[in-house]
Design a protein around this ligand. Structure first.
Ligand code: DLL
Length: 437
């Protein structure tokens, strides 16, 4: 298949060319925030850094980090670098804890966003002939409007279904001829389950690809969705603070996501020492916006753990690639001193032939952390004897122990009994946190 590019010149530019664009845009952005955002001016003055000291990407490490707490402290508009008369859109994210954060976009910011979402759509093989079924939520969440903007930019037909009402999603998939499905991977899985339950053969649908992100998901889950929906499933990454979806986008290679480096500089840092790590070493991803007008955050700490690589990609694109983030530092569970990511548990379940429908319960009993995982049994296990089910549970527990390095209790529950999510899945209930422990 001939490769297609939305903006081939930049997407396949040499590393030197990309670097030159970043140098120029970084210098401009630093001056912009120094002149217009009190927090950055204060922090740079305190650190004795003048905007003129930042001459290239090499100087980036001199600049202070920005955190989610900063967005909360300057809520709602305190970090905007343009007057509100120039702001044409607001989005917000509530996250799982704390006050929501608000970001603004100028018209130019929205145009850039549509461009990078268009890159994602082209990278999965979509063009003006496609029907883009957007089942991410529309509203203050960035998912719906983000992919929608990209669909318009490539001249495809956007179907703004938003999330929820799964029966209607399926009717639309059937009747409107959706070719690309955009939603969270957990919702894609639920849609796939419902399609199966209704006895619909996925081959009778026009779907060919899915663009799934907004939450961590494993390779195993990718394979399962691809098989159940008979599509190629692509990952997409982004966050409200930096733009929304499509900060980075997956291509035909399906081995990680290219960061749109003409708009964002990405670094991986050691979350403890804050030192910048070399390519190939897992670290906390940090993004600097270099083309945004309203909210060009500098060195924003995402809390997402990923690995950056610059190896030549088979698709021809030259932007740095990031792996699927395996989780956030603040979603990481520390159980009896051992770091556990929900995605590790998901890997084991799917490898053992279970569905990715599970719920993790963490508690503290007699000063010891407990880990209990509810997993849905497969339809064919449902008629098994109690003793047989116990055997399945024991087998899963052994596998989990060997991967996680700590023991976990597994309870197999009936198929369909774990609550499904139409947006980001909530997989963990940490009762230790509820009691302030
Ligand atoms: O989730 C933006 C988005 C919408 C991305 C639609 C992709 C598709 P927030 O609600 O601000 O924004 O959440 C951002 O979600 O820091 C990650 O922890 C997580 N996340 C996003 N994409 C992925 C992904 C949107 N592909 C937070 N893999 C980020 C793993 C992801 N985690």
């Amino acid at each position: 298949m001939a490769e297609r590019y939305w903006q081939k010149e930049i997407e396949t530019a040499s590393r030197e060319e990309i670097r030159a664009i970043q140098d120029e845009r970084l210098v401009k952005t630093v001056k912009h925030v120094y002149d217009n955002v009190e927090m950055y001016r204060k922090r740079m003055d305190e650190a004795g850094i003048r905007p003129e000291d930042i001459k290239s990407v090499d100087d980036l490490k001199k600049l202070p980090f920005t955190t989610k707490q900063d967005l909360r402290d300057y809520y709602p508009y305190g970090l905007f670098a343009v007057p509100t008369k120039d702001v044409v859109r607001l989005h917000a994210s509530s996250g799982t804890t704390g006050k929501q954060i608000v970001v603004g976009y100028t018209q130019n910011d929205l145009d850039v966003w549509a461009d990078i979402a268009a890159r994602q759509l082209y990278a999965v093989g979509a063009d003006e002939n496609d029907f883009i079924h957007v089942a991410y939520g529309y509203g203050l969440f960035t998912g719906g409007f983000g992919l929608h903007g990209g669909a318009g930019r490539i001249g495809a037909t956007a179907i703004p279904v938003s999330s929820g009402n799964t029966d209607r999603q399926i009717t639309i998939l059937q009747d409107f001829g959706s070719t690309v499905l955009c939603c969270t991977p957990s919702y894609a899985m639920y849609i796939a389950e419902q399609i199966k339950a209704k006895g619909i053969d996925p081959k009778t649908l026009s779907l060919k690809a899915g663009i799934f992100g907004a939450e961590p998901w494993t390779e195993e889950m990718r394979h399962q969705i691809e098989e159940m929906l008979d599509i190629k499933a692509y990952d997409v990454y982004g966050l409200t603070e930096i733009m929304g979806p499509c900060v980075s986008y997956e291509c035909s290679a399906q081995t990680g996501m290219h960061v749109n480096e003409d708009h964002f500089i990405v670094e991986a840092i050691d979350p403890e020492t804050e030192e910048v790590l070399p390519y190939g070493v897992p670290g906390e991803l940090v993004f600097t916006c270099i083309s945004k007008e309203c909210c060009p955050f500098i060195r924003y700490r995402t809390r997402d753990i990923g690995v950056l690589t610059v190896d030549k990609c088979s698709c021809g694109r030259t932007f740095v690639k990031m792996t699927k983030p395996k989780g956030r530092t603040d979603d990481m569970l520390i159980i009896r001193g051992v770091n556990v990511f929900p995605s590790q548990i998901e890997t084991v379940l799917l490898r053992m032939g279970y569905s990715p429908n599970y719920k993790i319960y963490v508690d503290r009993v007699n000063n010891t952390d407990t880990l209990l995982i509810h997993v849905e049994m497969n339809e064919d296990m449902f008629s098994d004897t109690v003793a047989k089910i116990k055997e399945h549970e024991k087998a899963l527990e052994a596998e989990l122990r060997s991967l996680l390095g700590i023991g976990a209790d597994v309870k197999l529950v009936s198929p369909g009994s774990i609550e499904r999510s139409m947006g980001k899945a909530k997989r963990v209930e940490d009762k230790r946190k509820l009691i302030g422990g």
